[in-house]
Design a protein around this ligand. Structure first.
Ligand SMILES: [Fe+2]
Length: 204
């Protein structure tokens, strides 16, 4: 049951000019691949571990690399080539249940983007910004996780990687510009699919 790197659902240069081909190539083939490799190594070591102490010692590696694999797998599919570039559906939020929920919760789509970017930019160090569905209230909320911690408290609807490896080669230290640009390549169709699945899930 080894994990493998999922293929990107688009070409490495498909998200340009908002996310460069160089970033996407390195991010997918180097960073994500490394999480996959390290997760497989940690799981193999866990199976061989014979004492509680040995298993406890592997928890950090499982959490970090397992989270990295989960988060990046989500991230690739919640991006899409930009509609403004004539390449795809990225950045387009059509009328429907997700748009209605966003407007009902945040007042407008623009307010969601502003609040999301403000909250996410404030993460100290590496982490992820999320639009998640609170399973208790069934309301959309903006939440963050640090390092590679996956979102466990909410159902992830949209996740944005704010590790420097996600933007530094193109946006240098200006995280705000990266966060502003990424809305042009957010796959709202995938976000709505996750939203509908979450709202309709009996597990919530
Ligand atoms: Fe990343």
């Amino acid at each position: 049951m080894t994990h493998t790197l999922p293929p990107l659902p688009y070409a490495y240069d498909a998200l340009e000019p908002y996310i460069s081909s160089q970033i996407m190539t390195l991010h997918h083939t180097k960073h994500h691949q490394t999480y996959v490799n390290a997760l497989n190594a940690a799981e193999a070591a866990y199976i061989k571990a014979s004492t509680p102490k040995e298993r406890i010692a592997l928890q950090a590696a499982l959490r970090f690399n397992g989270g990295g694999h989960i988060n990046h797998s989500l991230f690739w599919t919640n991006l899409a080539p930009s509609h403004t570039e004539g390449k795809g559906v990225g950045g387009v939020l059509r009328d429907g249940p997700l748009k209605d929920a966003i407007i009902s919760t945040f007042g407008s789509v623009e307010t969601l983007k502003t609040e999301f970017n403000t909250t996410t930019a404030a993460i100290q160090g590496s982490g992820w910004g999320w639009l998640g569905l609170n399973p208790s209230s069934k309301r959309l909320e903006i939440v963050t996780t640090t390092n590679q911690d996956p979102l466990l408290s909410h159902v992830p609807i949209i996740g944005v990687d704010i590790w420097e490896h996600a933007f530094y080669l193109q946006y240098l230290n200006v995280k705000a510009d990266y966060l502003k640009a990424i809305w042009n390549v957010i796959n709202f169709e995938e976000a709505e699919r996750r939203y509908l699945e979450a709202v309709g899930s009996s597990k919530l």
